[in-house]
Design a protein around this ligand. Structure first.
Ligand code: FE
Length: 201
């Protein structure tokens, strides 16, 4: 668990895009402003996300910055299911649209930034999108949530109680597995991460 990589700071964001009137979004933790004039950002997105494919096709996206007031439900809604299976905007009302026509999230967020892709870099499992900022707005003065804040304060905390049962907890989402052994091929039912992302309580 002691990994120097975990000491690097990240935020948490909802990345949204739209293709043929189909809205989608996913949770990411890597957004970085690189230059000020002009304003350019880079965003790293895992290729398994449907939002990734939409951005590859359309070249446009919005970043909604999650604040410390965001709730675990938002992470489950956008992070732990795929837009290939579920329309995440079906019945979802906590959003508005920026002038590029793409949604941004208005609940548990403090700002949004619109990006227009000017370059993509293939990083294997991920694509790095280099983009111009085309629009941006501060929504409120709540503090932005860091990835560490999400792990410590937003995701469900491991429930260590007097109980003979052995437990494993998913380090990504907090899901708890009870049993003698965690199967090697176990997949977290919430966030779909493998058994290697679990640790024993
Ligand atoms: Fe999980």
């Amino acid at each position: 668990m002691i990994n120097a990589m975990n000491k690097v700071t990240y935020g948490v964001f909802v990345l949204t895009a739209k293709k043929n009137d189909y809205d989608n979004g996913c949770i990411i933790n890597t957004v970085l402003q690189v230059t000020d004039n002009p304003e350019q950002i880079i965003v790293a997105v895992n290729k398994i996300n449907y939002t990734h494919d939409i951005i590859m096709d359309t070249g446009s996206f919005n970043i909604s910055v999650l604040s410390e007031k965001s709730e675990f439900d938002m992470f489950k809604h956008f992070g732990f299911q795929s837009g290939r299976d579920v329309n995440k905007f079906d019945g979802f009302e906590d959003f508005k649209r920026s002038s590029n026509g793409i949604s941004y999230i208005t609940k548990g967020t403090n700002a949004y930034i619109s990006g227009k892709v000017k370059q993509t870099i293939d990083m294997g499992t991920h694509t790095l999108f280099v983009a111009d900022v085309t629009e941006k707005e501060v929504l409120n003065e709540d503090s932005s949530a860091s990835y560490e804040y999400y792990h410590k304060n937003i995701k469900p905390q491991a429930n260590v109680e007097a109980n003979d049962k052995k437990k494993w907890v998913c380090t990504v989402c907090g899901y708890e597995y009870e049993g003698e052994d965690l199967p090697e091929d176990f997949i977290c039912p919430w966030c779909k991460h493998p058994a290697s992302d679990f640790e024993k309580l």
